[in-house]
Design a protein around this ligand. Structure first.
Ligand code: FAD
Length: 280
């Protein structure tokens, strides 16, 4: 595979597929995105270990192209013994980086487990495995939906970075100022780790609205109105989404963002189009 050198520090996130067709789609996306020479790929993880096997097998398949691939790992609903076994397995399998999360348990799915928050998971990983893994944690420029206030959430974010995280990746957002404000406030709390903006390409309004309500990402009114006006016109939505997200990425990079992490949803094309529009 010929890697096209990119001066941009980028990473691409996938979810573990559960069908053969989904696996083929993931491999096609992986191959197309690998040409942009990403720093790493990552693969999401279902809370309570619900996708544990699929995450690990997707990690192994994705990294066959030679690009480092990080499993996400959430602690909610898991006991320390299970997490310890999983960390051992990751080490044995040559995994070098992790995205460490609390996660969300679907309602009715058991207790919270022994580790309540991501800072406790980061501490646990460091206690168990020292410096073996590069650890990424999640950041919320527009606040985590359950946080009582922006300031409290920021303190909790700083706590998990200080517990031993190397980088942070943000929840997606559409307002560059929210990111710059968050970074400034985090730096004032002594957070030195790179805070990489998480980027969600816009391809489908109904899905985006559903996701955004659940994760607390604000879709600005002007974007919402325009997407609503396009109705089922998927070409118009894709063109408008490309313009909006390319503009956002450019503002972030021009303002000093250390790189970009794309939530690809296992599709390469929307992300590639955005990357092609950037002046790097
Ligand atoms: P935490 O950092 O633990 O924060 C959760 C809430 O608790 C926040 O409101 C925070 O303010 C508060 N809090 C934190 N620490 C403390 C403390 N010590 N005391 C009191 N309150 C505290 N979900 C998945 O299920 N699988 C994935 O693969 C996945 N990948 C993600 C990747 C990224 C980059 C991002 C941004 C999110 C991802 N998520 C994933 C979603 C994530 O699991 C949810 O947002 C979850 O609700 C919070 O996880 P967290 O690690 O941010 O939690």
């Amino acid at each position: 595979m010929s890697a096209q050198q990119s001066p941009l520090d980028i990473s691409f996130e996938f979810f573990p597929p559960n069908t053969d067709a989904g696996r083929d789609k993931l491999m096609r996306a992986r191959d197309a995105l690998a040409t942009r020479d990403p720093r790493f790929f990552s693969v999401t993880y279902g809370a309570g270990g619900s996708t544990q096997h699929r995450t690990l097998s997707a990690v192994k398949a994705v990294r066959e192209c030679g690009i480092d691939t990080a499993p996400h790992l959430s602690c909610v609903g898991s006991e320390k013994a299970q997490l310890r076994d999983l960390l051992k397995r990751f080490q044995e399998d040559g995994v070098k980086r992790l995205v460490a999360l609390r996660g969300d348990l679907p309602s009715g799915m058991g207790g919270v487990g022994e580790l309540r928050y991501a800072n406790e998971l980061v501490e646990f990983i460091r206690e168990e495995t020292g410096d073996h893994f590069e650890i990424a944690v999640a950041a919320y420029p527009e606040s985590h939906p359950q946080a009582p206030s922006f300031d409290r959430d920021l303190e909790n974010f700083a706590r998990k970075v200080h517990a031993g995280a190397d980088i942070a990746i943000t929840q997606y957002f559409f307002t560059a100022e929210a990111y710059f404000h968050f970074v400034d406030r985090a730096r004032a709390l002594g957070v030195e780790a790179p805070i990489v903006p998480g980027i969600m390409p816009i391809t489908n309004y109904a899905k985006l609205a559903r996701f955004s309500d659940a994760c607390g990402a604000e879709i600005p009114r002007w974007i919402r109105k325009q997407l609503e006006a396009y109705g089922d016109d998927s070409e118009a939505i894709a063109a408008f989404g490309e313009e909006v997200i390319s503009g956002l990425c450019q503002r972030l990079l021009d303002g000093g963002a250390p790189g970009l992490h794309f939530y690809t949803l296992n599709q390469a094309e929307p992300t590639l189009k955005v990357l092609d529009n950037l002046r790097t």
